[in-house]
Design a protein around this ligand. Sequence first.
Ligand code: NDP
Ligand SMILES: O=C1O[C@H](COP(=O)(O)O)[C@@H](O)[C@H](O)[C@H]1O
Length: 485
Amino acid sequence: MSSAVDLIIFGTRGDLSRRKLFPALYQLDRAGLLEDGVRIAGLARDDISNDEFAADIEQTLREAFSEANIDDESCERFCARLQYLYVDFAQPDQYSAIKQWLASDRIAIYYLATPPSLFGMISEHLAGAGCITHDSRIVLEKPIGHDLASSRQVNDAVASCFDECNIYRIDHYLGKETVQNLLALRFANRMINSQWDNSCVDHVQITAAETVGIEGRWSYYDKVGQLRDMIQNHVLQLLCMVAMEPPNSLRADEIRAEKVKILRALSPITAATVAEQAVRGQYTAGWVNGTPVVGYLDEEGSESDSSNTETFVALKAYIDNWRWAGVPFYLRTGKRMESKVTEVVITYKDPPHAIFPENEYVACNRLIIRLQPNEGIELEMLSKKQSLKERMSLEKRHLNLDFFDSSGESRIADAYERLFLEVINGDQWLFVSREEIEASWSWCDALLDAWKEKGVGVSGYSAGSWGPSKAEMLIEKDQCTWHRS
Ligand SMILES: NC(=O)C1=CN([C@@H]2O[C@H](COP(=O)(O)OP(=O)(O)OC[C@H]3O[C@@H](n4cnc5c(N)ncnc54)[C@H](OP(=O)(O)O)[C@@H]3O)[C@@H](O)[C@H]2O)C=CC1
Ligand SMILES: O=C1O[C@H](COP(=O)(O)O)[C@@H](O)[C@H](O)[C@H]1O
């Protein structure tokens, strides 16, 4: 049940707000999912009027959507919800503008679309200005910290002002329909769940490949790299959704408790194992979708002609628990790869006894869960070839479940639409707990330390490829190959 809420968006003129937050809120409003009374305050330090702000948001929306997905009436209704507040977040005295705007009978939701270094300061100034009540909520964008120690500092600072039950840490992958569908696939289908462990599964692959480069974010990205930008959050969250035990219910605390068990069960990659289990890469110039692109070091904003920051990571991880002991989880993510694909591939073991010719068994059963694009599930199976000439010959066939066709919707909602709805409803099931953040940092820190200790550099790969050849070797030495759609 949604209640009367007000949304207060910090960093309202930034990239995330323009590309994701306002388009998502508009879509919710247009679909009738934003209650009439919901007000939206946009906060920034630009000297503009309310009308200028609303006009700017309207233009942003019109650029974001095709004409079929925007109309004058809903645009006008949405813009009527908007209020611009001039606030420099570093100036505590300016928070009185927020206090004045708040209504006492509504729940305030503070959305921090700002650099994470401001999270603690903003929380403290909100508290100082009397803007926080027992039911005020705060939404934090990733990354929470740079490592375990800094994430604790950020979490401590926010926790001194908000209770954990009111802190919503975003991992936008959890807002994706297809990621939630992993729960349905696993726990609504007994047939699948009974084949989901080390007795049946040979190995698991998780790929999050992007064709984009760093999109003008050099100063952020060069300090961060792909391990912190994608593995620490999105890829490990996917791993949790694939590997966790069935939660007792869909309650947030039950789901999060199962996810954190997986993160804590991840076997650390140490200096002794890092060469075998991890690959770092950095793209050089190449071609993506038929267009020439520059290498990482020549990207816009580049401040140096050398950098040891990885834009690609491939890992072989193990989960030390009863269900997954001995099953490798191959994780792979990179910028400027051949195509945009996020998928989970479960490869099953061969049948225990061969009655068909041996060569027919190669990777016989695979479950491919495509998260983006072309969202859906595909099951690769062996079937008898229809033929009178051959007595018994097998061929690979595919069972396909295409989410887009079956959803009945004309579009798949953006992750931020779902996440806004959940925070408005006060449900944390698609948000990340402090314990999860800390457990995933702890695992990533060990890997970063191992790379540092061993002085592991980045291996070059051409933009538009599937990463450095070492990534192929990482999996091929186990007689497997990366799945290619
Ligand atoms: N963009 C994306 O796709 C994604 C972003 N994120 C996260 O979202 C957050 C925001 O990212 P993004 O939108 O890209 O960042 P931007 O830098 O584009 O936006 C941040 C905004 O915060 C404002 N700001 C900073 N300091 C102050 C201040 N003291 N007073 C008032 N305004 C201030 C900036 O205003 P000014 O211009 O005046 O400096 C800017 O508009 C970050 O945590 C990022 O990691 C996460 C995933 C994806
Ligand atoms: O959080 C981030 O995610 C995007 C990838 O998101 P997707 O929904 O397009 O798969 C990534 O490009 C960005 O670097 C990272 O910060």
